[in-house]
Design a protein around this ligand. Sequence first.
Ligand SMILES: Cc1cc2nc3c(=O)[nH]c(=O)nc-3n(C[C@H](O)[C@H](O)[C@H](O)COP(=O)(O)OP(=O)(O)OC[C@H]3O[C@@H](n4cnc5c(N)ncnc54)[C@H](O)[C@@H]3O)c2cc1C
Length: 151
Amino acid sequence: MKSLIDDSKELIKTVSTDFGRVFYSQPKGCAIPKSLNDLIEVVKGCYDSQTPIIPRGMSHSASGQCLSQSGVVIDMKQMNNIHDIEFDGEKGFIKADAGITWERLIKACLEQKAAPPVLTDWQKLTVGGTISTGGLGFMSHLYGIQADIVD
Ligand SMILES: Cc1cc2nc3c(=O)[nH]c(=O)nc-3n(C[C@H](O)[C@H](O)[C@H](O)COP(=O)(O)OP(=O)(O)OC[C@H]3O[C@@H](n4cnc5c(N)ncnc54)[C@H](O)[C@@H]3O)c2cc1C
């Protein structure tokens, strides 16, 4: 079976830095899972070979948070489906993959005339990426950080 981990120079170059362009590192490879099964296969393979992994979203971190030296970068952007969305006019929830951007998530919420209580000011970031770092926006003084509103 073909490995989901790609070690081509071109792909490794694209994941060797982040928005900050301050830190650079050389991962062993990069995987771009499209499904939960793909992700499980990659994580299991890395666990078995004791290879470190690092998830990567829109790579808008500025200090190398989504980089890996000698590990495997797992680009999560293809795992971006919305599985469920409910809103009763007051409260609601949305079940989505962490690789989805807030921009797309918000569009889906607005179709239900709803919106998440805390949004980052810049929304071309992944849900997984901002929850990992906290996620601050103009409503944080009332509702806290995005990580507070996630189950
Ligand atoms: C122009 C710009 C505007 C910004 N505006 C805001 C703002 O308004 N509010 C704010 O709070 N921040 C803001 N940030 C910072 C940004 O929210 C963080 O850097 C955030 O982590 C970026 O999300 P990302 O999808 O790019 O994640 P990445 O930079 O790719 O990853 C960041 C961290 O999250 C981890 N990660 C990524 N995906 C997953 C996943 N699926 N599961 C688990 N871990 C994961 C990575 O391993 C890494 O540690 C801004 C940054 C930029 C460059």
